[in-house]
Design a protein around this ligand. Structure first.
Ligand SMILES: C[S@@+](CC[C@H](N)C(=O)[O-])C[C@H]1O[C@@H](n2cnc3c(N)ncnc32)[C@H](O)[C@@H]1O
Length: 316
């Protein structure tokens, strides 16, 4: 069996498995503009992070919008992370939590053990954080809190323990067009069951299909503000919660054009009723549904066009 483009589990997702090297999708080490370690996946033809850099992205799209200052020091936050990859988000959150006097009860889902191993073997990656954070990441990488395999198959195990308990759910899969398996209505429906009523799901995606699912599942949406030095972008992602999200400098209500966009054909969801479909199947079903849809075509303001829909200007 060869490694499928972006997604379906094979036994190569586990450290114990020894696949033929030529069958493994290539993971190429890269540095972002901020100098931080990242990877490029040849199987997905997509970078793990935007060109701005992994560390910058982790802070701007996950750590800052998590608003850790909401929590009293001493509190233990329950966190579930989908698509752990290099562990950059994990380490950035661990470091920020330590500074805020918080502890993390962390759980992660990831298909492939290699991104985290490659990151931990990189001296530049390790130098980004205090030794205690790197030590904790090493512990997590070998522990049972990191569930390796297709997130669709492993999510039910997390739900057994964590349903309704998560303060934060971080969703950082490859882009919906590359890895629709982890953006389907069915997957999101299960994923949000992890959240406490006031828990917060954070993702870099501003895609209408993702936002519309979250909204239809009963969550309130906020856009993550793009950084000031990227004025051409209208959103850097989405924060969603079952209860109103308190105002925060990194978040804003959706603008009217974004709400209109949620009623357009762009909001037709990715569907994966059995939780076993391939990326190609999910994309083909959605395309058919879009062609048959009576919803108006997507129309976004020109200036802030499709670049805002992908990962950092369509990077992934
Ligand atoms: C964009 S990268 C994640 C970036 C990561 N958060 C980081 O900071 O490095 C997407 C990750 O999703 C993983 N992945 C792809 N398909 C998956 C699946 N079906 N289940 C779980 N993980 C998956 C890939 O192995 C990859 O590590």
């Amino acid at each position: 069996m060869t490694w499928p483009a972006c997604g379906t589990e094979t036994d190569r997702g586990s450290p114990g498995a020894e696949p033929a090297p030529e069958a493994l999708p290539e993971l190429l080490p890269r540095r972002g503009r901020d100098g931080s370690f990242t990877l490029y996946s040849s199987a997905c033809d997509e970078g793990f992070h935007s060109a701005a850099g992994a560390l910058r992205e982790a802070n701007e799209k996950f750590v800052v919008p998590a608003a850790l200052e909401r929590f009293a020091p001493g509190r233990e936050l329950v966190v579930a992370e989908v698509a752990v990859g290099t562990g950059t988000n994990t380490a950035a959150l661990l470091a920020a939590a330590t500074t805020a006097g918080l502890d993390l009860d962390w759980w992660g889902l990831e298909l492939d053990h290699r991104p985290l191993a490659l990151a931990l073997a990189d001296t530049g990656f390790r130098a980004q954080w205090p030794a205690a954070v790197v030590g904790r990441l090493e512990e997590l990488s070998g522990g049972d809190r990191l569930r390796l395999g297709d997130a669709r198959r492993r999510l039910p195990e997390l739900l057994d323990t964590l349903a309704g308990r998560c303060d934060l759910v971080l969703l950082d899969a490859f882009s919906p067009q590359r890895c629709p398996q982890l953006w389907s209505l069915e997957f999101l429906e299960e994923l949000v069951r992890l959240l406490r009523p006031d828990g917060r799901l954070l993702t870099y995606s501003s895609a209408a299909a993702v936002r519309r699912c979250l909204q239809d599942l009963g969550l309130e949406l906020r856009a993550i503000r793009p950084p000031a030095d990227e004025p051409e972008r209208w959103s850097a992602g989405t924060a969603a919660s079952f209860t109103p999200v308190a105002p925060h400098p990194s978040l804003r209500p959706l603008e009217p054009f974004e709400r209109v966009h949620l009623a357009s054909r762009a909001a037709v969801p990715y569907r994966d009723p059995t939780g076993t479909a391939t990326a190609a199947e999910i994309l083909a079903w959605r395309q058919r549904e879009q062609e048959q849809s009576k919803a108006p075509p997507a129309r976004l303001p020109q200036r802030r066009g499709p670049a805002g829909l992908g990962r950092s200007g369509g990077h992934r």
